[in-house]
Design a protein around this ligand. Structure first.
Ligand SMILES: *[C@@H]1O[C@H](CO)[C@@H](O)[C@H](O)[C@H]1NC(C)=O
Ligand SMILES: *[C@@H]1O[C@H](CO)[C@@H](O)[C@H](O)[C@H]1NC(C)=O
Ligand SMILES: *[C@@H]1O[C@H](CO)[C@@H](O)[C@H](O)[C@H]1NC(C)=O
Ligand SMILES: *[C@@H]1O[C@H](CO)[C@@H](O)[C@H](O)[C@H]1NC(C)=O
Length: 330
């Protein structure tokens, strides 16, 4: 185990050590194309035979992309978009005092009973839909056009060799990144279609042997081991976002206009990424590495490469005493 950790930290820049053999890739793509044809045929037959073809459709959607090339082979907006995520964030970017801060409400005033945790084959996801609506954590401020409510949580992670955060800080890839997806109030299903329907909070993690273990993570990571295989689901009996948000340094974050980091990479997503990582125990990261993807392979290094900034403005918010007083987690 110590050996693994040592290896881990020999490669702080992460994916520089990931090698992809172009020949393997071509053979593999051809294989995928064939698999897709077989799937398409099977799906058609099953659709004809049965009225519900949900699992079939599901398998087809999932198999159309993966992290083998960290997104460089994804189509459409992922390929052509000019406001894409993730990006490399620089701490030297100036404090932007002319921007209203983001306000966080109710993150310490909502418990989520029976949160479903689910292996999507590309990440592990938790739907946060069982809280009482009026206590629902939400945020507003900056250029957000309304209140954005917590909707879903998922992780991106590396492996024993490399870190797996999506956003980089000063060129450094951290170990794990949590995305708390928020949707614009009252849009719910329609949020995906509204051009400013989604805002995502990114929280970075660093593997550490320190004593800052949060019980919040324990409930999540214990449940991760129950959904090792694709399509497997389980329930987290009780969950609370308070420990996570109250331990993050909420006074130092970046905010910019970007995209989803998975296909179809749609744009119009507001990103809020906290500058300082939280610490997790190695054992918890190992639990993420034990998951399997939709092909039955180890689900690891599920991060997209950083994308060009293309003249976008990133605001770096560093709170002062006045700002800290205005924070309302409750
Ligand atoms: C969650 O469970 C607790 C304890 O059983 C209960 O007090 C609370 O009302 C429940 N909350 C929801 C949203 O069901
Ligand atoms: C998105 O939702 C906001 C708030 O409801 C609304 O003001 C805006 O017009 C919507 N935009 C689109 C493109 O539907
Ligand atoms: C981000 O997008 C919103 C909505 O389109 C816009 O109002 C805002 O000015 C943009 N911010 C920056 C820094 O580009
Ligand atoms: C939680 O939210 C409810 C409804 O908004 C409010 O009545 C209550 O005072 C809040 N509790 C705390 C501890 O902030």
């Amino acid at each position: 185990m110590t050996e693994m950790i040592k290896n881990r930290f020999l490669y702080p820049l992460g994916y520089s050590s990931v090698k992809i053999d172009p020949f393997d890739y071509i053979v593999f793509t051809k294989f995928l194309v064939n698999i897709n044809k077989v799937y398409a045929m099977l799906c058609t037959i099953i659709v004809l035979l049965m009225t519900t073809a949900f699992s079939c459709v599901h398998a087809k959607i999932d198999i159309s992309w993966n992290y083998d090339k960290h997104g460089t082979d994804w189509p459409d907006k992922c390929f052509s978009g000019l406001r894409q995520s993730p990006i490399n964030l620089l701490s030297e970017w100036e404090y932007s005092p002319n921007l209203n801060p983001i306000e966080f409400k109710n993150y310490c005033n909502a418990t989520f009973n029976s949160t479903r945790i689910y292996n999507k084959g590309t990440t592990v996801s938790m739907k946060m839909e069982n809280s009482i609506k009026r206590h629902m954590p939400h945020m507003y401020g900056a250029w957000l056009v309304g209140k954005y409510y917590v909707s879903e949580l998922h992780f991106h992670w590396g492996s024993k060799e490399v870190g797996g955060s999506e956003h980089m800080i000063n060129g450094k890839r951290l170990d794990v990144e949590l995305h708390i997806v928020h949707k614009l109030q009252d849009l719910n299903a329609g949020a995906e279609q509204n051009s400013s329907g989604i805002a995502v909070v990114g929280i970075l993690f660093e593997i550490s042997r320190g004593k800052n273990m949060q019980p919040f993570f324990k409930t999540i990571f214990d449940s991760v081991t129950k959904v090792k295989k694709h399509n497997h689901g389980s329930y987290i009996p009780y969950m609370d976002l308070c420990p996570i948000l109250s331990n993050v340094d909420l006074t130092d974050y970046f905010i910019y206009n970007g995209s989803l980091t998975t296909p179809d990479c749609r744009e119009g997503v507001t990103w809020i990424v906290f500058r300082h990582p939280l610490k997790i125990f190695p054992n918890d990261a190992f639990k993420l590495w034990s998951l399997r993807d939709y092909r039955g392979k180890q689900l690891s290094n599920n991060f997209r490469n950083v994308m060009p900034l293309n003249n976008r403005k990133v605001y770096h918010f560093k709170g002062n005493a006045h700002f800290i007083k205005r924070l309302q987690l409750n």
